[in-house]
Design a protein around this ligand. Structure first.
Ligand code: 4AD
Ligand code: MG
Length: 494
């Protein structure tokens, strides 16, 4: 008999069983009212010759209840129905007398597809996330990880839908690259060379001419540079793929392999970029509230009691648009009034997560888009603000004491930086000037500079850290728990 997904069974009325709502899923060949469900046993209990199984197949957070009488089944089979076992059940879909579920299955036939003994690591309730990370391959079968993974899928759908509806083209940028977009040197090298027998020149530098690509290559930290080539040809593109960073950051917000979404748009200015960042993120949050109700309700109950309220809150708020210089003033004022921070925050310092969170969670109590960062703490490609004496003039005439760039990062409650973006420097002369000031090697950037040589145009874009979005939307605390198989320092298991 053909199996019906549990999500569809739970939405069926018993009287519909011969004509279920989704034709492709229709159970065929069975007697009227008979259905077949397959899945993994979440729990089994019994009393007075009757057993109850909570069965889950991953299609929804909800289990379907299977009811059976011991006498109708072979004893050995009933014994094998333990937590974690995979079973196939045929039976009658009936209205359930129990509270909290509309229907249940009165089992007539049960087949154990895969037994599961007591060594199954996801046996008990209330295991710590740390424990579950050690069994990341099996944690997917728990309620929490099922919910997180379904929401993750939904966010990917939301992102593709948003950009498609707004006329952006999905643009595929390479994972293997010879250039370092962020210039931070945090790259994982890609080579086919024998690392035990490296060819070196007289100065002891490795010679790459006999390597696969004939030069030094790495995994990309960002698709932006190639994305800019796409945007200056197609008008508006977005990338959505994995990126890799060998930063030794053992924090709950950093992964060595994470997914990034990078839209890049021709003819867009700073204000429009901030509008896009805000509209896009709200669209994703709204999508979750509209499409992931069961999973959010579960996470709201089990993980974070303020989750749904916080998601709804973000939709209502207008994000604050705050020049970095004004942000520093607010932080300085807080320090004067006795607020203590671990790290310094003078003009020119890169803000630590504690500073970002103070601004977002304590001062404004809403998301902040921070603009016009000091040039020295941002990447070379950002648009330079107009110099004024030693300083510069930026967003809405804000005067800064030093040179600034049109970066526009989105800072979120509980997360900190969720989006990093900027207007790009379109002038070849200014861009080249910045590259020279940073003593950057342009051997692998000439193709990028060609965008400024031939038909250069104003443009802007940003990168959203996909897992940071999932952290926000699920209320999970650790970025290792919102990607199926996390890659972090000293950890590449599974
Ligand atoms: O701010 P970042 O470094 O910006 C860029 O890479 C630009 N090229 C993006 C662009 O303008 N097209 O990274 C963008 C976002 C961050 O805001 C953060 O959400 C996420 O990527 N991110 C990380 N997420 C998880 N683990 C890490 N190690 C991350 N590093 C950055
Ligand atoms: Mg950043």
């Amino acid at each position: 008999m053909k199996r019906t997904k549990i999500i569809d069974l739970l939405n069926m009325h018993p009287s519909q069983v011969t004509t279920p709502p989704r034709p492709l899923e229709r159970g065929t060949g069975g007697e009227a009212g008979t259905v077949c469900a397959k899945g993994w046993v979440r729990s089994k209990r019994g009393s007075k010759g009757i057993f109850f199984i909570a069965l889950n197949d991953g299609s929804t957070i909800k289990n379907i209840q299977i009811v059976g009488e011991d006498q109708n089944f072979d004893e050995a089979t009933v014994k094998l129905i333990t937590t974690g076992a995979c079973i196939s059940v045929e039976g009658k879909l009936v209205e359930s007398p129990a509270a909290g579920q509309a229907v249940e299955i009165q089992a007539t036939k049960i087949e154990v597809l895969g037994a599961c003994d007591a060594t199954y690591p996801m046996q008990k309730k209330g295991q710590t996330f740390e424990y579950m990370r050690q069994h990341a391959h099996m944690r997917l079968r728990t309620n929490t990880f099922g919910a997180v993974m379904r929401i993750r899928h939904n966010m990917a759908m939301a992102i593709h839908t948003y950009f498609h509806e707004h006329g952006f083209f999905y643009f595929h940028t390479p994972l293997i690259t010879a250039s370092d977009c962020e210039g931070a040197g945090n790259m994982f090298q890609v080579t086919t060379k024998n690392l035990y027998d490296l060819k070196k020149d007289e100065q002891g530098k490795i010679i790459y001419d006999d390597d696969f690509f004939g030069e030094q290559t790495s995994l990309t930290v960002s698709g932006q540079l190639e994305g800019e080539l796409g945007a200056t040809a197609l008008g508006a593109i977005y990338t959505f793929g994995p990126t890799f960073r060998a930063e030794n950051s053992n924090t709950p917000r950093h992964l060595a392999e994470f997914w990034m979404i990078e839209p890049e748009i021709a003819f867009m200015d700073q204000e429009e970029l901030m509008d896009l960042e805000e509209d896009f993120i709200k669209y994703c949050v709204r999508w979750a509230l509209d499409n992931c109700q069961d999973d959010l309700a579960f996470l709201n109950q089990m993980i974070d009691k303020t989750l749904i309220e916080r998601l709804q809150g973000v939709l209502k708020e207008t994000f604050v648009r705050l020049p970095y210089t004004e942000g520093i003033n607010i932080l300085q004022e807080a320090i004067k009034n006795g607020r203590k921070f671990e790290f310094p925050c003078n003009w020119g310092d890169d803000l630590a997560s504690e500073h970002e969170r103070y601004l977002v969670e304590e001062h404004f109590k809403k998301p902040v888009i921070m603009t016009d960062y000091p040039t020295a703490i941002k990447s070379f490609y950002m648009k330079q603000n107009t110099p004024q004496g030693e300083g510069s003039v930026g967003y809405k005439g804000c005067v800064a004491p030093g040179p600034t760039m049109q970066g526009t990062d989105v800072l979120f409650p509980a997360i900190g930086e969720i989006i990093g973006g900027s207007v790009r420097e379109e002038s070849l002369e200014k861009l080249q000037g910045e590259i020279d000031r940073r003593h950057m090697d342009t051997t692998h950037l000439e193709w990028y500079l060609d965008t400024r040589r031939w038909g250069s145009c104003p443009h802007a874009g940003f990168g959203l850290g996909f897992e940071r979005l999932i952290l926000f939307v699920t209320g999970m605390q650790n970025i290792r728990d919102v990607i199926p198989f996390p890659r972090t320092p000293k950890n590449a298991a599974f």
